[in-house]
Design a protein around this ligand. Structure first.
Ligand code: ADP
Length: 307
């Protein structure tokens, strides 16, 4: 097990990670904790710099007391187990995990440009070109996850991070599930109300990879229209709408026929009828325009000038 020893020097907090190698050799990594980046359900996330390498990371800290119940701890360990073996350019890199008597710490790749949720608060909705750019990268992360039998189960604006150079990084594996075999079905009810697939709500036959495709469709609609397709003021009504597939495209926003067609093909109730990742990548929506690899940081606040 990796231990952490925390020491304070004046205002600066130094966190020391001690790795005991199988040879008995002790490796020490020291991080200096910086400003708070954000708060999650149980976690606080800070900027942290590795003092030796001068590399900046995100340091996720969770008080052990907050995950003291056996079930919570089990869930947290499952998240760590799934996330730490994932290696893909569009997935937040898991750099390390350690603990001390009071806290557990996770070191993650830092995403200084926040999440698509923060971006959408400023922009309201984004152009089709920007949507193509972000979603191509989301698809790439989903292809990787599904090929490793991982279902993310919480694809949404707030879990899609942006790196320094504006590359998409999928994060938060708190609801992810690793399947043991290909045809396995999951039964746990989970997800975020607006993005949850109808078969999860129905609960009869279990669910699988197609729930991520559904959430991808919700994500696409949300980026282009500015609000999720099934959003209402209360969760029960939202669930009812999802089950009845009751959504529409507002008149005042003009979408291309390709965008509309793809959303309509994805948001279908029967998971078997939803397109696969390859079907989506080959859909005309993704075949038009010269899609830029990364967008300029100016687009975090203002639309790109050429569209
Ligand atoms: P939880 O899983 O408990 O919801 P999150 O992992 O979503 O916690 O983190 C909470 C917040 O911390 C995020 O909304 C974001 O503002 C910030 N954050 C998390 N991970 C990173 C990261 N890798 N880089 C930058 N900020 C991050």
């Amino acid at each position: 097990m990796n231990l952490a020893i925390m020491s304070r020097h004046d205002d600066m907090q130094i966190i020391e990670e001690k790795l005991v190698k199988s040879t008995g050799e002790i490796l020490v990594r020291r991080y200096s904790k910086g400003r708070l980046l954000g708060k999650g359900g149980f976690a606080k996330v800070y900027e942290a710099i590795n003092i030796e390498s001068k590399t900046m990371y995100a340091l996720k800290m969770m008080e052990k007391a907050s995950i003291s119940k056996a079930r919570q701890r089990q869930k947290f360990m499952a998240e760590v187990k799934i996330h730490k073996v994932l290696h893909h350019t569009n997935i937040v890199k898991f750099e390390g995990y350690f603990e001390d008597s009071d806290y557990v710490y996770i070191i993650l790749e830092i995403c200084p440009n926040q999440t698509l949720n923060d971006l959408m608060k400023r922009r309201k909705r984004i152009t089709e070109l920007e949507t193509q750019c972000y979603l191509t990268q989301v698809l790439s992360s989903l292809r990787y996850l599904h090929s490793h039998r991982v279902i993310h189960r919480d694809i949404k604006l707030g879990n899609i991070f942006l790196s320094e150079k504006m590359e998409v990084k999928m994060g938060d594996f708190g609801l992810a599930a690793k399947l043991e075999f290909d045809g396995e079905k999951k039964r746990t009810i989970c997800g975020t109300p607006n993005y949850i697939a109808p078969e999860i709500l129905d609960g009869k036959n279990g669910h699988s990879y197609e729930v991520d495709i559904w959430s991808f469709g919700v994500l696409m609609y949300t980026l282009l229209i500015g609000k999720p397709p099934f959003e209402t003021n209360d969760v029960k009504t939202t669930y009812r709408r999802i089950k009845m597939n009751a959504y529409s495209f507002p008149d005042h926003i003009t979408l291309t026929s390709e965008a509309k067609d793809l959303i309509e093909k994805i948001l279908v109730t029967d998971p078997v009828l939803r397109p696969t990742i390859s079907d989506i990548e080959e859909h005309p929506f993704f075949l038009k325009n010269l899609i830029p690899k990364f967008l300029p940081t100016s687009t975090l606040a203002i639309p790109p000038s050429s569209t």
